[in-house]
Write a protein that binds this ligand. Structure first.
Ligand SMILES: *[C@@H]1O[C@H](CO)[C@@H](O)[C@H](O)[C@H]1NC(C)=O
Length: 389
């Protein structure tokens, strides 16, 4: 055997061993994630979360694509700490994160993205990237992500699926909640759509409760209907009418007890689907001078507003048309349904009215269109009519 073959088989066996190790590590990682508060490790099991998969042999061929990405926090000069799912940093301190890879790209909480006042700095080194955040504040609390960039020649791509995330709490003894600029925030409660009350704490150790203002009561957080996520706030999983009102969070830690911004929850009855309009003209072929009616009907859920818009041939010459709109409750298969209808009235049809009539119905969930075409026939009786609109 020549030395190339030996080296190659050695590499293959190393890769196999490495692969085997990763496989064994996975279940352990999962149990760890389940133990976290709320059991919600949204960040998943990125490749960087595999602590033991650090390459042991320097000769392992590593394209950036296969490279392990992971985050470390530089605690003191020369002292590193692997960043887990979350990190807590004292507000005021400087954060220094390292992420293996060249190049890497960083994503920071939206607040920092907009307004870092020169406190945020990133540096790319030969084997890793560094993020520095000076004079940190409670408002910097949020998710920091490092994405490896994979380059082929000059074509570089951010590897979204390989991003390594760490949620960082910047704990401030004066601010248990991430400060908000608003005294209150209006939040829509959408039917069957989880609603988040974003009372973000600055310390994972704070005890957080949810309260209603009128009447003043503590809201029961059972983990099913309403749950608490230390990285998000309270989540109302299936909003109902009775969740509406003015709510706020209270956090306590040590002797400190603070209230969050107030959240005005407004219930909006969202339809399950966009409307399905049906269109029908009073006649497919209409004689000049006759009256034409095009009816567009939506049968759907009750108490859902449907808006209509029309497109019609006479539009291009500015022909004004009129509509008759109505809403009615009708019985369909023994159930109460809402019939929303618009009738487009085309009085004294002219040649310009020939063509396609389209009705678009819209509700909060989206819009759908329906079309029909109408032919206009000359009739001797109306030939003398002026053609101006
Ligand atoms: C951090 O705060 C100190 C004191 O206010 C100031 O002198 C320094 O310039 C700040 N550093 C950055 C990077 O903003």
């Amino acid at each position: 055997m020549n030395w190339r073959v030996v080296l190659f088989s050695l590499l293959v066996s190393l890769l196999i061993i490495k692969f085997g190790m990763c496989q064994k590590i996975e279940p352990g990682l999962k149990t760890k994630a389940e133990k976290r508060p709320n059991g919600k490790s949204k960040s998943g099991k990125g490749p960087g979360k595999t602590p033991a998969s650090k390459p042991k042999v320097k000769t392992t061929p590593e394209t950036p694509k296969e490279a392990q990405t992971y985050l470390t926090q530089v605690v003191n000069k020369g002292r590193f700490q692997k960043a887990g799912d979350t990190l807590t940093v004292h507000a005021g301190d400087t954060l220094e994160l390292r992420c293996k890879g060249n190049p890497v790209e960083w994503a920071v909480p939206a607040y920092l993205e907009e307004d870092d006042e020169g406190r945020l700095r990133t540096v790319q080194h030969e084997r890793y990237g560094t993020l520095f955040l000076a004079n940190s504040t409670a408002a910097d609390t949020g998710e920091f992500t490092c994405y490896p960039i994979h380059c082929e020649d000059k074509d570089c791509r951010k590897q979204y699926d390989k991003g390594v995330k760490v949620f960082i709490f910047f704990s401030d003894p004066q601010e248990l909640f991430v400060p908000s600029a608003d005294y209150y925030e209006v939040i829509q409660l959408r039917t069957n759509w989880p609603t988040v009350l974003p009372c973000q704490v600055t310390s994972p150790l704070a005890k957080v409760t949810l309260h209603r203002e009128f009447p003043l009561v503590e809201v029961n957080v059972d983990g099913q209907e309403i749950s608490f996520d230390v990285k998000k706030g309270f989540i109302i999983h299936r909003p109902k009418q009775y969740h509406a009102g003015s709510l706020y969070c209270v956090a306590s830690l040590g002797n400190l007890r603070q209230s969050s911004t107030k959240y005005m929850l407004i219930y909006v009855n969202y339809p399950a689907a966009p409307p399905s309009p049906a269109i029908q003209a009073s006649s497919d072929t209409e004689a000049v001078g006759q009256n034409l009616q095009v009816t567009c009907t939506v049968i759907g859920e009750q108490d859902v507003v449907v808006d209509f818009t029309w497109e019609y041939p006479g539009q291009k010459i500015g022909r004004p048309l009129y509509t008759q709109d109505s809403v009615q409750t009708v019985q369909v298969d023994g159930q109460n349904r809402q019939r929303t209808q618009t009738i487009l009235l085309v009085d004294e049809v002219r040649e310009v009215d020939q063509g396609t009539y389209t009705c678009t119905a819209q509700n909060l969930e989206g819009s759908r269109s329906a079309s029909t075409s109408v032919k206009v026939q000359q009739s001797a009786r109306t030939n003398t009519k002026p053609k101006k609109p």
